[in-house]
Design a protein around this ligand. Sequence first.
Ligand code: FAD
Length: 303
Amino acid sequence: MLTTTEARPRTIPNFRPYAVSVARVDRLSPTFVRVTFAGAELRHFGTHGLDQRIKIVLPLPGIGITPLDETNWFSAWRTLPDELRNPIRTYTVRAVRSACSEIDVDFVLHGDAGPASRWVQGARIGDELCIVGPDSRGEDPSVGIEWKPGSAKRILMAGDETATPAICSILASLPRSAQGCAFLEVPSESDAVATGAPDGVQVTWLPRGDQAHGSALDPAVRAWTHDFITDAHRGPDVSDVDIDQGILWEVPEPSSRGGELYAWLAGEASVIKTLRRFLVSETRLDRHQVAFMGYWRAGRAEN
Ligand SMILES: Cc1cc2nc3c(=O)[nH]c(=O)nc-3n(C[C@H](O)[C@H](O)[C@H](O)COP(=O)(O)OP(=O)(O)OC[C@H]3O[C@@H](n4cnc5c(N)ncnc54)[C@H](O)[C@@H]3O)c2cc1C
C-alpha cells in the first residue's frame, strides 16, 4: 500500500496538451502553408504518423492560450467561461521529429471565415499556442489514427485538400509491396507534391479549379470502382447517414475476414456522404472495409 509520503507513479495520458510555439512558416503552394511547431515536451509526442489527428488550440485576442489540465484537458476546456475558452480545430500531423522536438502541420488556406484559417494567414515565428496530441509514453499512443487496412491486398484512398496531409503521410509509410491507388482533389495543379508512394500505388492529383468540391473526386472514384469492384468485394446494403444531425465518421476495425480491398475516404462531408452511398449502397462494397470521414462541412464551423 502507498503511504501519503510515497510518490505514486504518474499516469501518462494517451492524448494530452503540449505547449508549442511557431518555429517556421513555409508557403508550400497556393493552397497549403506548412507550420513547424516546436516545444520541449514534443520529444514525447507519439510517432505513429499516418492519419494521426491532433487538436489545435488557437489563441484568443488579448488572452492567448488558457492553460489546460494535462489529464482532463477536454472537460477543463469545456467548463471554461466563454471569454476564456479558446477555439479548437482538428488537424493532421504531417511530420514528427521527436529528436528535435518539432512537428509539422499543413494548413489549407481558405480565407478568414474560421479561427484556424484566419490564424494561419498571420502566423509568425514565436507565436504560442497549444496542440493536443498523442504521448508516446501513454498506454495507447495510436489514439487518433483511423488508417486500419488490416491484411487487405489492395487499397483505395480518396480525399480533398484537407485530407491531403493524411494521404501523403500514409502513402510515404506504406510497405513497398503495397498495391492500389490514391485520388487527391486539390484546388490547383500547383498543389500536387511528391508523395513517396510505392510503385504499385497509383497517385492521381485532381485539380478542380473553380468547380465545386467533389466535382473531380466523385467521378474519378466512380470510374475506378467501375473497373475494379467485383462480386468478391460486395457486401450488404446500409442506411444513409444524416450529416445535418451528426458528423460522418465510420471507421471500421480491420476485418477479421481479411478483405481484398480497404478504402479510406475523407473530405467535405456531403461529398464523402455521396461517395459512401455510391460505394456501399449502389456498388455494395463491404462497409467493414471502408473508412468514411467528414473532415469538414461546407457552410458550418467545426464544433
Ligand atoms: C481528422 C481531421 C484531420 C484534418 N486535417 C486537416 C489538415 O491537416 N489540414 C487542414 O487544412 N484541414 C484539416 N482538417 C479540416 C479542418 O479541421 C477544417 O477545415 C476546419 O473547419 C478548419 O477550421 P477553421 O477554423 O479554419 O474553419 P471553421 O471555423 O471550422 O469553419 C468556418 C467556415 O469555413 C468553412 N471551411 C472549413 N474548412 C474549409 C476548407 N478547407 N475549405 C473551404 N471552406 C472551409 C466552413 O464550412 C465554415 O463555413 C481535418 C479535419 C479532421 C476532422
